[in-house]
Design a protein around this ligand. Structure first.
Ligand code: GLA
Length: 389
């Protein structure tokens, strides 16, 4: 059974590109299991592009590159499974993968069966070298059907970068997540771009089929395949919090064998992860910000969580401090409700007390705050409305 909340895990592409092999994957599996990442929910280990030979075998099957994977893929999958993890792989709906390796166009059913025979639990399905005359919709339907008939539960991760109005048809193909944007880069411009592009696509996001804002760059620190410049830790914090609040899959892209304490703290913030993994899977509503505004705006989103709490995220994407405020009337908690909000700072895991009617706060450039709010009876005891720190 495939879970309905956004997938979490690790993917080889952002840091390693084509430099992948059995040793890297097995070491990464060890770290996922032993560092606390698996306990936080990161359970899919996914090998991206560049894992196969340039030619299929005589039965038209894909062949793992024996120099990179000398024991074959079943061996790797068994090892990954032995660590309590799930195993993911990559293919593409065109003639070749983006890096030029054999791809699944017209081999969809053979490939789905091959992946199942190796013990694959997740397939990322890219969109390079797609025949221009064939609609992407048909090709994703075909692979969706092939996966559903391969005899194994395989999470279907569609990756067509948001083209061909994919939001309008992707759910029907059986995809469990779909890339809603182009490729991420490890720099602040890219975080701003992807967030901004996501606003218009939010209504399509939902339980069982999530908008995928691309793999995380947290902890790459400018190194690796997409490490174009790097981000500060404040920017990585904001990036991670945005992906959590907007229900994006959380696929780590850094080299987890060398995570710094700061990187670990960001990726293992269990209270933020709980907001991402909320079982209700509801979309956030925008209180401040606009798809027509600049990328350098302040966004405020709130999200209903299972059980009645609200998550509120405030994100300053600009280069100057900002001072957003949240009126509780906008949240449906006005004076007729008889309720106040008990607020917890999720980024720093501390209780802030009870607030009445509204709060305002300050945000440094590129920084964010995320609060988890519980409705409590209004009894006249509450804090003044500015949230410091
Ligand atoms: C595309 C995808 C990336 C990655 C590469 C691999 O660019 O969007 O996420 O999978 O292909 O070649």
């Amino acid at each position: 059974m495939i879970k309905l909340t956004p997938p979490m895990g690790w993917n080889s592409w952002n840091t390693f590109g084509s430099e992948i092999d059995e040793k890297l994957i097995m070491e990464t599996a060890d770290v996922m299991a032993e560092s606390g990442l698996l306990e936080c929910g990161y359970d899919y280990l996914v090998i991206d592009d560049c894992w196969s030979l340039r030619k299929r075998d005589e039965n038209y099957k894909l062949v793992p590159d024996p120099e990179k994977f000398p024991h074959g893929m079943k061996y790797v999958a068994d090892y990954v499974h032995s660590k309590g993890l799930k195993f993911g792989m990559y293919s593409c709906d065109g003639y070749k993968t983006c890096a030029g390796f054999p791809s699944s166009y017209q081999y969809e059913f053979i490939d789905a069966e091959t992946f199942a025979s190796w013990g694959v639990d997740y397939l990322k399905y890219d969109n390079c070298y797609k025949p221009v005359t064939v609609p992407g919709k048909l090709l994703y339907h075909k692979m969706g059907l092939a996966l559903e008939n391969c005899g194994r539960d395989i999470m279907f991760s569609a990756c067509n970068w948001g083209v061909e109005n994919v939001q309008e048809w992707i759910k029907e193909t059986g995809a469990h997540l779909w890339r809603s944007t182009g490729d991420i880069h490890d720099n602040w411009e890219s975080i701003k771009d992807l967030t901004h592009q996501q606003i218009a696509l939010q209504p399509y996001n939902g339980l069982g089929c999530f908008n995928d804002m691309d793999m995380l760059v947290v902890g790459m620190n400018g190194k690796g395949n997409v490490g174009f410049g790097g981000c500060t830790y404040d920017e990585y914090r904001t990036h991670f919090a945005l992906w959590c609040l907007l229900n994006s899959p959380l696929m780590i892209g850094c080299d987890i064998r060398i995570m710094t304490p700061e990187t670990k703290a960001i990726l293992m913030n269990k209270e933020l992860i709980a907001i991402n993994q909320d079982p209700a899977g509801r979309q956030p509503c925008m209180l401040m910000g606009s798809k027509d505004g600049p990328k350098e705006q302040t966004y405020v989103w709130y999200k209903h969580l299972e059980g009645g709490d609200l998550a509120i995220g405030l994100f300053n994407m600009s280069d100057n401090p900002s001072y957003p405020w949240v009126g509780f009337e906008q949240l449906g908690v006005d004076h007729t409700s008889g309720k106040d909000l008990k607020i917890r700072d999720v980024m720093n895991q501390r209780d802030l007390g009870i607030y009445h009617d509204m709060f305002s706060t300050g945000l440094e450039p590129h920084c964010c705050k995320v609060f988890r709010c519980t409705l409590v009876p209004a009894d006249g005891n509450y804090n003044i409305s500015f949230i410091n720190g």
